[in-house]
Design a protein around this ligand. Structure first.
Ligand SMILES: [Zn+2]
Length: 117
């Protein structure tokens, strides 16, 4: 489950920034997770809860929330130029059936923001 490592990294980045700003508590962390990012939202939530319980991140409390924003996958066909939602990386165009789609979005995994005090 690579989500554990991703979540640990995200919490570390957020914690360091929060400490720099003098925050004592992180209320919420918001991440953007693309449909095609190979990151499973459920596994992220699970990892987040485990990190909270571990007590290794002093700025996290039982009340700290993880918010996930889903980024849908979008692709554009280079042949007929329609946009569609690919179900996998090499999805064929639903219009012309050619496998020449270019991915526009859906691969994102990043920290959007956090709130603390
Ligand atoms: Zn097409």
């Amino acid at each position: 489950m690579h989500e554990m490592g991703l979540m640990e990294d995200a919490i570390q980045i957020v914690s360091e920034d929060a400490e720099k700003h003098g925050f004592r508590n992180i209320d919420s962390v918001t991440l953007i997770v693309g449909d095609l990012s190979n990151v499973l939202p459920d596994a992220l939530q699970f990892a987040f809860e485990a990190i909270k319980r571990s007590g290794e991140s002093p700025l996290l409390s039982a009340q700290t929330r993880l918010d996930l924003i889903r980024e849908r996958g979008r692709a554009k066909c280079t042949v007929c130029e329609i946009e569609y939602e690919p179900t996998q990386y090499l999805a064929i165009c639903p219009e012309c059936g050619m496998p020449f789609g270019v991915l526009l979005s859906g691969e994102t995994f990043k920290i959007e923001s956090y709130e603390g005090s």
